[in-house]
Design a protein around this ligand. Structure first.
Ligand code: ADE
Length: 322
């Protein structure tokens, strides 16, 4: 904690607030996304939805638009759902314990604990990816931390080390240590406040602990995307809310009907990684002469489309064909 006050991060935009709404929003954005990428999104989002009531009232479409590019869109949909639930069931007042927070859509044990620690000073243990690495090294726990048995041990240590007070600073210290000192490759052990009692450090095992995720080749999937261009506009379709990129706008994956194509060209393929598979996208750019009948989807100006709720590969292609 002394190290956190001296050398930890102090100026992140969500620090210095005990407003559970702001803390919740930052912790959800910081799941699977690094601080530097989150900051501009966090500020834009708060600017548009300064309160939980404002977020609850919003259209899902607009929430996803502001989330666009941050990835893992279920986070945005769950955030919106949780805001609506907090407003309707709890009169807009946040649940005040990690146990109650964990019942909200999109919050697991660690995120709920972080929010409870920062906003309410609850003595709750966290265990996100960075903290797993810190504790695995400090306690000398071999094995892949995503493995259920290893994870269970790490939860045990995370609980055991909790101090009796100053939980918010302690929690931030763990996070900062993981993000700035006890980093995955070439940890900066000389700058570490707990180097003298770190098992991995003493045994020279910091490069071996934690063990990497066991390699299993992810399957490839393929999709053809039809980029229909007409008078400076492109055709986008909204994906069903359940499933991949739910609620976002993407290019049609089968050739739209009722549209006269005057020329077509295949663009370079694009690859996009998901948690469980990789997607190879084959874009086909079609110049459209005439739209004979209105089908599903919307025609949208190329420049405007970039500001819509679109996933990153759609944005990349919009840039390419501008
Ligand atoms: N990652 C997750 N939560 C964080 C926080 N509060 N500050 C910095 N990085 C984080």
């Amino acid at each position: 904690m002394e190290w956190q006050r001296r050398a930890g991060r102090q100026d992140l935009p969500w620090q210095g607030s005990r407003d559970p709404y702001r803390i919740w929003l930052s912790e959800v954005m910081l799941q699977q996304t690094q601080v530097a990428a989150v900051i501009p999104y966090y500020e834009r989002f708060l600017g548009r939805f300064p309160t939980i009531e404002a977020l609850a009232r919003a259209d899902e479409e607009e929430v996803l638009r502001l989330w666009s590019g941050l990835g893992y869109y279920a986070r945005g949909r769950n955030l919106h759902l949780a805001a609506q639930r907090i407003v309707s069931r709890y009169q807009g007042k946040f649940p005040q314990t990690s146990a109650a927070l964990q019942e909200l859509p999109g919050l697991g044990r660690s995120t709920a604990a972080a929010i409870a620690a920062f906003a309410f000073g609850e003595r709750a243990a966290i265990l996100d990816g960075n903290v797993k690495r810190v504790l695995a090294r400090y306690c000398g726990i071999a094995g892949f931390p995503g493995d259920k048995k290893v994870e269970k041990k790490l939860w045990g240590f995370s609980e055991k080390f909790l101090p009796g007070k100053d939980i918010a600073i302690y929690t931030q210290a763990l996070m900062d240590l993981g993000a700035t000192v006890c980093v995955r490759a070439n940890p900066r052990c000389d700058a570490c406040p707990v180097r003298k009692t770190c098992v991995a450090r003493k045994k020279g095992l910091t490069a071996k602990i934690p063990a990497p995720r066991p390699k299993k080749a992810l399957p490839w999937k393929e999709a053809t995307w039809w980029l229909m261009r007409h008078n400076g506009e492109v055709l986008l379709e909204r994906r069903p809310s359940a499933g991949l990129w739910g609620g976002l706008w993407t290019f049609p994956e089968s050739r739209p009907r009722g549209i006269e194509v005057t020329s077509r060209s295949e663009l370079a393929t694009l690859e996009h990684g998901f948690t469980h598979f990789k997607l190879r996208i084959r874009p086909v750019l079609c110049e459209v002469g005439r739209v004979r009948k209105a089908g599903p989807g919307m025609w949208i100006d190329l420049d405007e489309a970039k500001g819509a709720a679109v996933p990153t590969p759609v944005r990349t292609l919009l840039e390419r064909i501008r």
